[in-house]
Design a protein around this ligand. Structure first.
Ligand SMILES: Nc1ncnc2c1ncn2[C@@H]1O[C@H](COP(=O)(O)OP(=O)(O)O)[C@@H](O)[C@H]1O
Ligand SMILES: [Mg+2]
Length: 603
């Protein structure tokens, strides 16, 4: 299916984006905070240099003791120096942490905002390609990996470089051959960390994917919780979630076991170096080639090298993770919308003819699937148009195309007489009000939900819209009227009430075109007429498209289109279709008998 073909975000894609491209995501923040970074790294390097002087001081002490040339006040002075250095290190360490880790958080925020604003700009095909789970993973795990690489990763890289170069320098100054012997085991560590970090990298990618599936699973379960309960699927879903969690745990444990190997290995190899120093260095002291102070200082430097040795593997890891994540973020924020969005001056006369014309429009969701709409030539000018047809005939697709959610070929759809591909998306959408079958209510007051598209609307205007949508009486019966909280954390409204609320929202926006995609299906027969009357009053001279299978509603429209398998089967008004179309006739007869059967039950 198209969904599978169009999914480069998941495991299949591992093409490497060159760093010159990835860099573009990071550079703005680096430029902007370069002063902060310069100060932070100065503090970091100062800490290293100060720490490196401590073995020199110890050497003086030990040499003085050995030759018994040092006095008690002299020793105290050396101790005082070490204390002073320690105090300076405390202050400087705080400074670099605050500045550099703070920088990585600023960078994270910048990229997060970029991801968020990009996602909001994307079109329907994008949301078919990336699941919510993918998007959540990008904005949590991937971002965290980048933040770690640019924060602690960068710190560890600079820190270990300065420390190891300087420590090795001091060691060479004491005795070059001994340095060579002490460092002999180092390449083993370099090779093993390289292998381990490669493994770690692959496991980490699996962890990311599993996290994404788990997020997506819980999201889809939660939004369809009613369905799950209706089918008593709680245990089934819990089991499936348990299995996903089990896989996630397993992969995470594998990551942990590799990570757990790295540090003991570094210590082990460090001890090998220590063995060399004790044996060969000790002999050098006995032969009086180096002093005892040199020997002690040498061992201290070797200890100082263990952390940078471990850091090499760790940094390689962080950088690798960071780069993979940055690659995924790069793909995400560089995904293009498939819809043309030209920036063009708008001719004012276009507003005089708000309506759509379709000219031989054919549409399929992907190049590999059969067309869903075929050679449609239709006109939706001022007036109320009904659209009906069996499930899957393409009614919703038609509505989504008019709302510009999917790309279309040139010269097939015209808005106000202009090819839609030549018009900015915002321009077209700002002229359309849209009511879907399952209206979304936000956790806010009823009034705020009605005023969604028009934050500036007065209470009178909101009430007026609610009256027209025949929801005003229902709202007055609620505890706090228009100030009642609704949505996920408030009162629950019935399907019909929600649909009328969504209609009030569209009425308040008062746009030249209104599209109702099955958005009155749950409105009960008693209020249907009232709703339609409000609509007619409100939208006189404007273009309204009502998708519905309710004959009563359709019979009140000016013109009805019957879609069958993506084509127009019939077109005409209620009376004409009753004579000409057999599907319409049978719908009419069925619904009339249903309604009359219901009639006696009504009060
Ligand atoms: N996002 C989509 N991707 C691929 N196919 C789709 C998508 N949405 C709908 N379809 C297909 O298009 C056809 C028409 O669907 P739709 O427009 O929703 O029909 P209706 O609203 O009349 O029930 C159906 O065969 C449906 O499976
Ligand atoms: Mg539909």
């Amino acid at each position: 299916m198209s969904k599978k073909n169009a999914k480069p975000a998941g495991k299949a894609e591992s093409k490497r984006v060159p760093f010159s491209q990835l860099r573009k995501l990071l550079l703005p923040a680096y430029r902007r905070h370069r002063g902060r970074l310069a100060a932070g790294f100065t503090a970091l390097v100062l800490v290293d240099l100060l720490q490196l002087t401590i073995p020199r001081i110890i050497k003086h002490g030990v040499d003085g003791l050995e030759s018994l040339t040092i006095t008690a006040p002299g020793l105290l002075r050396l101790g005082g120096m070490i204390l002073l250095i320690a105090c300076a290190v405390v202050v400087l360490r705080f400074t670099w942490r605050y500045l550099i880790i703070g920088f990585s958080r600023l960078l994270e925020r910048a990229i997060r905002n970029r991801i968020f604003s990009h996602i909001l700009k994307m079109d329907a095909p994008f949301f078919e390609k990336y699941t919510t789970g993918d998007l959540m993973a990008h904005s949590s795990n991937d971002l965290a990996a980048v933040q770690m690489a640019c924060g602690m990763g960068m710190v560890a890289a600079v820190d270990s470089l300065v420390m190891s170069v300087a420590a090795i320098g001091f060691m060479v100054a004491i005795h070059p051959t001994l340095t060579l012997l002490a460092l002999l085991p180092l390449p083993i560590l370099a090779v093993t960390t390289r292998i381990l970090s490669g493994k770690l990298h692959r496991r980490f990618a699996t962890v990311q994917e599993q996290f994404s599936s788990m997020t997506e699973f819980s999201r889809s379960t939660l939004i369809s919780i009613g369905l799950i309960k209706a089918y008593t699927m709680e245990d089934f879903q819990t089991d499936r979630f348990g299995k996903l969690g089990q896989d996630y745990l397993k992969s995470n444990l594998q990551v942990a076991s590799i990570q757990g190997l790295i540090s003991p290995l570094a210590t082990l190899i460090g001890s090998l170096g220590m063995l060399m120093v004790l044996f060969f260095g000790g002999r050098l002291v006995i032969e009086k080639t180096i002093t005892l102070g040199d020997f002690v200082a040498f061992i201290t430097y070797l200890y100082m090298l263990i952390w940078p040795m471990m850091a090499i593997g760790w940094v390689a890891n962080l950088v690798q993770r960071g780069l993979t994540s940055l690659g995924r973020i790069h793909d995400l924020v560089n995904s293009q919308t498939t819809l043309p969005d030209p920036v063009l001056p708008i001719e004012p006369e276009m507003l005089d003819r708000p309506g759509f014309e379709l000219e031989d429009l054919t549409f399929s969701y992907s190049s590999s699937t059969a067309p869903v709409l075929k050679n449609l030539t239709l006109s939706f000018g001022p007036g109320i148009h009904g659209v009906t047809g069996r499930t899957g005939s393409g009614k919703s697709t038609l509505c989504k195309l008019l709302a510009r959610l999917y790309p279309l070929e040139d010269e097939t759809l015209f808005f106000g007489g202009t090819d839609v591909n030549k018009l900015p998306l915002d321009f077209i959408r700002s002229h359309i009000g849209y009511v879907g079958q399952e209206p979304v209510l936000f956790s806010d007051t009823i009034a705020a939900n009605i005023a969604l598209g028009r934050a500036d609307a007065s209470r009178e205007e909101i009430i007026q819209a609610a009256v027209s949508a025949a929801i005003h009486e229902d709202i007055l019966e609620l505890k706090d009227g228009y100030d009642t909280m609704t949505g996920e954390r408030g009162v629950k409204l019935s399907g019909g009430q929600r649909q009328r609320l969504a209609l009030a929202r569209a009425l308040l926006c008062d746009r030249p075109v209104l599209i109702i995609d099955d958005g009155l299906s749950a409105v009960d027969v008693a209020t249907e007429h009232e709703v339609f009357a409000g609509l007619k009053r409100h939208f006189a001279g404007k273009t309204v498209l009502i998708v519905s299978n309710r004959i009563k509603l359709l019979s009140m429209t000016d013109n009805i289109i019957i879609l069958a398998d993506g084509s127009v089967e019939s077109e005409g008004n209620h009376e004409q279709l009753l004579i000409a179309n057999s599907l319409y006739q049978s719908m009419f007869e069925k619904q009339m008998t249903q309604d009359s059967e219901k009639e006696p039950a009504l009060p």
